[in-house]
Each structure stands twice: as structure tokens, then as C-alpha cells.
Design a protein around this ligand. Structure first.
Ligand SMILES: CC(C)(COP(=O)(O)OP(=O)(O)OC[C@H]1O[C@@H](n2cnc3c(N)ncnc32)[C@H](O)[C@@H]1OP(=O)(O)O)[C@@H](O)C(=O)NCCC(=O)NCCS
Length: 157
């Protein structure tokens, strides 16, 4: 019989910065084609950005734990958008940095984080949630009803 698996999700604080930093490093290492040196070099700036966002209150981390062990994490960034049709408040919840530790995958960890993040945004009256998906994340987000948008991108350097 399969052992039962319970995962709890809580909002994180500045004290979780080390975990979030490690997860960001692992995430980039798994999904990016950039080299390890470039990834490592970008981590301090990312950590400072995260710290500032948490302190200002616009970035909220979510930490998933199973029996006290960190299983995964993700962050929600509530950011301003221009006045748009269909939105009464000009902000969106941007989901980012979703990462599940390898040996906890396919056990509902990211789903639990996503559920908590959606509830958090709803409670705050945020009307839209967006994200950029990796290939790994796409089936998860589709399961929750996320759809494609028309975003395009041009790199200028
Ligand atoms: C994407 C990621 C966060 C998913 O984490 P997870 O905890 O394994 O996800 P869940 O167990 O909650 O999966 C929920 C559903 O998503 C889908 N899914 C998740 N991983 C999948 C995979 N490898 N292949 C196909 N479907 C997958 C399934 O529908 C799954 O439900 P099911 O197991 O009942 O079929 C994890 O694979 C990861 O950290 N990947 C590397 C970093 C990354 O790409 N992060 C996302 C950035 S946008």
C-alpha cells in the first residue's frame, strides 16, 4: 500500500530567503539553456529583488512542507498593470518560481501551492493571475484552467 502523503502550504517570510534562493538556482539549472556560471552570477541580484519585494509586501512566497521537510515553493508578485478592459483594479498576480524538489514530484506539491496562491489572490480581490510556464509546468497550469495569451517578445540585445 502507498504511504499517505500530506503536504502543508504556508506563506513564507524573509526568513525563507535561503530556501527560495536554492529553489531558484535549481529551477534555472533545470529549465534554462544558460550555463551554470551565468545562473550562479544572477542569483545575488535575484535574491536582493526577492528580499525587497517581500519587505514591500508585493511578493509573497509560499512554502510547501511534508512532515517538516521543505518539498517545494512558489511566489506570487502582485504588480501594477495599465488600465485594461475587464479589470476593475489595475493589478495582476504574477505566479513565479514554482519549484518542487525532485523526490516530491507528482505528489501534488505544486498543486497545493497553486491552490494556496489562487486563494490568497482571491482574498485580496486580485482579478487576474498570469505566469510564464516552463515545459514542465504547462500540464500543471492547464489542469488549473490557465490558457495561452497573445504575448510576444523581441530581445533587443
Ligand atoms: C512543474 C513542477 C513545479 C510540478 O511540480 P509537482 O509538485 O510535481 O506537480 P504536481 O504533483 O502538483 O502535479 C500536478 C499535475 O500537473 C501535471 N504534471 C506535473 N508534472 C508533470 C510531468 N512531469 N509530466 C506530465 N504532467 C505533469 C499532472 O497533470 C499532475 O497531476 P497528476 O500527477 O495527478 O497527473 C515541477 O515539475 C518542477 O519543479 N519542475 C522544474 C521547475 C519548473 O519547471 N517549474 C515551473 C516553472 S513555470
Amino acid at each position: 500500500m502507498m504511504e499517505s502523503f500530506a503536504v502543508g502550504v504556508t506563506t513564507g517570510t524573509i526568513h525563507d530567503i535561503e530556501t527560495l534562493m536554492q529553489h531558484r538556482f535549481k529551477l534555472w539549472s533545470e529549465v534554462s539553456t544558460r550555463g551554470a556560471d551565468e545562473i550562479l552570477a544572477r542569483i545575488p541580484a535575484y535574491t536582493e529583488w526577492l528580499r525587497a519585494g517581500i519587505e514591500k509586501g508585493c511578493v509573497t512566497p509560499f512554502i510547501a512542507r511534508s512532515q517538516g521537510t521543505v518539498a517545494g515553493s512558489g511566489c506570487v508578485w502582485i504588480r501594477d498593470v495599465e488600465p485594461k478592459l475587464g479589470l476593475s483594479r489595475f493589478e495582476e498576480g504574477y505566479l513565479m518560481a514554482m519549484y518542487t524538489e525532485q523526490h516530491f514530484r507528482r505528489q501534488g506539491v505544486a498543486s497545493a501551492i497553486l491552490q494556496a496562491a489562487i486563494a490568497y489572490l482571491r482574498e485580496r480581490g486580485v482579478e487576474r493571475m498570469t505566469l510564464h510556464s516552463s515545459d514542465f509546468g504547462r500540464p500543471l497550469y492547464e489542469k488549473f484552467g490557465f490558457g495561452d495569451t497573445t504575448e510576444m517578445r523581441l530581445n533587443l540585445k
